[in-house]
Design a binder for this molecule. Structure first.
Ligand code: SAH
Length: 214
């Protein structure tokens, strides 16, 4: 385990070199990235790498997303603080923790029971009270909690799931990587205006696949 000083230094490097220098300019997003202790979300042997700018392996062949990617998606969602957000793919809970500082409520869904079972108490222990977790297939969204002001999918879909179209509020933003598994995927932002989804392409990323039921 790194000393508190070295963790703080690594975190500062993440903020300056991996986030600000690469175009993360939303001060609320930067503050949220500063507040969340990423070392609490990575497997113990990898804690020395907690603030490296890379995805790290977690259980069940899944990953905790790279800090830049988490910040990029949060910034793309243009959150001001009053929003209800749906996150697909809780994983370790890190992304939900960052979003919890940026929105009023975060609903997050994970399909792997093992990940759900460790992320839920972790988020509770660390005091993230405005996060609600659910075990299930996130490609169906969360109809009972809809509509959402933002939906953020942290796993890549081959096409936009119908449920997300239906569950995004008017004016809401849907941030999702779309593309073939294995290859890089394009990050999309869909904004709902007058019932229609306006589409923007935000760049290339690489994600684990969103597993959809046949
Ligand atoms: N947000 C996470 C990163 C998650 S990686 C974090 O900060 O740690 C993507 C996650 O999506 C994985 O945990 C994977 O199990 C999950 N996932 C994939 N398909 C899913 C689906 N259909 N429903 C819910 N979760 C899914």
């Amino acid at each position: 385990m790194l000393s508190e000083d070295r963790l703080q230094a690594a975190k500062q490097r993440m903020l300056d070199q991996h986030l600000r220098a690469r175009g993360i300019t939303d001060e609320r997003v930067l503050a949220a990235m500063e507040r969340v202790p990423r070392e609490e979300f990575v497997p113990a042997p990898l804690q020395v790498h907690a603030y490296d700018d890379r995805a790290l392996p977690v259980e069940f062949g899944q990953t905790i997303s790279q800090p830049y990617t988490v910040a990029f998606m949060a910034q793309a969602a243009r959150l001001q603080g009053h929003e209800r957000v749906l996150e697909i793919g809780t994983g370790t809970g890190y992304g939900a923790a960052v979003l919890s500082h940026l929105a009023s409520e975060v609903c997050t869904i994970e399909r792997w029971p093992g990940l759900f079972d460790s992320a839920t108490p972790r988020l509770e222990r660390l005091g993230f009270r405005n996060v609600v977790t659910k075990l299930g297939d996130g490609s169906l969204g969360w109809p009972e909690q809809a509509p959402f002001d933002a939906i953020i999918a942290t796993a890549a879909a081959e096409q936009l799931p119908q449920a997300f179209r239906e569950q995004i509020a008017e004016g809401g933003r849907l941030i999702i990587p779309i593309g073939e598994p294995g290859a890089g995927q394009t990050m999309f932002r869909f904004t709902r205006r007058n019932g229609e989804l306006d589409e923007e392409r935000l760049g290339l990323f690489s994600f684990v696949p969103l597993v959809c039921q046949p």
